[in-house]
Design a binder for this molecule. Structure first.
Ligand code: AP5
Length: 222
């Protein structure tokens, strides 16, 4: 199964991907997570990406597409299927991805659009906490850890992402509306778009999607 997850910041792409990952047994590739790892390791790419991410701006297309190409070339697990979370994010990236897939003679099965409303997004991003050690995602109200500030899974320290502040969230939303929302139409035209109401519980969204996958089969329109 080859999927892309589309949706505004805070729609729950990462949370849903973590649930789907185990039911589908496929790789979860988040460009946001890869870029944050590069920043943490202070690589040249990380230093470049940080300038954009800290301001809520999109990282240049060629830089993220290079990351995806590398991942596809180096990770053997790709052949078993994957879920792209946060890529593509512009029409150029959608075209770049199609080009990569064509070269591999493979097609996407689904583009999942997580449709979410602004008040929900703001509430989710404002309360999100992430484990410094294992990257697990919590929410102070919606998905609170058992012990405040401590990861349930590995006891690592929980932190708030620097781009989860009001001003940066506004810029991220603007970037989403201008650059990313239009590519929903791109996948609709390809006949592989599935829209879900992402204001709902992630487990309910997961159930709906698994039902869709089982009914339509892996190949969908292809
Ligand atoms: P990225 O990390 O991809 O951020 P994003 O798209 O803004 O998405 P988020 O990670 O903020 O949200 P999410 O939808 O995954 O929500 P989550 O599941 O965590 O990208 C960061 C930056 O990197 C970008 O701004 C850009 O600069 C750069 N970048 C990345 N990819 C790029 C690309 N392709 N091109 C250019 N630049 C790129 O959930 C949020 C919170 O809500 C959590 O606390 C969670 O517990 C809670 N929650 C989630 N779902 C539910 C639910 N159903 N009910 C209740 N609570 C929920």
């Amino acid at each position: 199964m080859k999927l892309v997850l589309l949706g505004p910041p805070g729609a729950g792409k990462g949370t849903l991907a973590n649930l789907l990952k185990s039911s589908l047994n496929i790789l979860h590739i988040s460009t946001g997570d890869i870029l944050r790892e590069e920043i943490k390791n202070n690589t040249t790419l990380g230093q470049e990406a940080k300038k954009y991410i800290d301001n809520g701006k999109l990282v240049p297309d060629e830089l993220v597409t290079r990351l995806i190409k590398n991942k596809f070339a180096k990770d053997d697990r790709i052949s078993k299927g994957y879920m792209l979370d946060g890529y593509p994010r512009t029409e150029q990236q959608a075209q770049d991805l199609d080009k990569i897939l064509k070269e591999e003679k493979k097609l996407l099965n689904y583009a999942i659009y997580l449709d979410s409303t602004l008040p929900v997004i703001i509430q989710r991003l404002g309360g999100r906490r992430i484990c410094r050690k294992c990257g697990a995602v919590f929410h102070i109200k919606n998905r609170p850890p058992k012990k405040e500030g401590v990861c349930d899974l590995c006891q690592g320290e929980l932190y708030q992402r620097p781009d989860d502040n009001k001003t940066t969230i506004e810029t991220r939303m603007k970037e989403y509306l201008t650059n990313t929302k239009p590519i929903i139409e791109y996948y609709k035209k390809q006949g592989i778009l599935v829209t879900v109401d992402s204001d709902e519980e992630s487990e309910d969204v997961q159930t709906i999607l698994m039902k869709t996958f089982n009914e339509n089969g892996k190949s969908h329109n292809h």
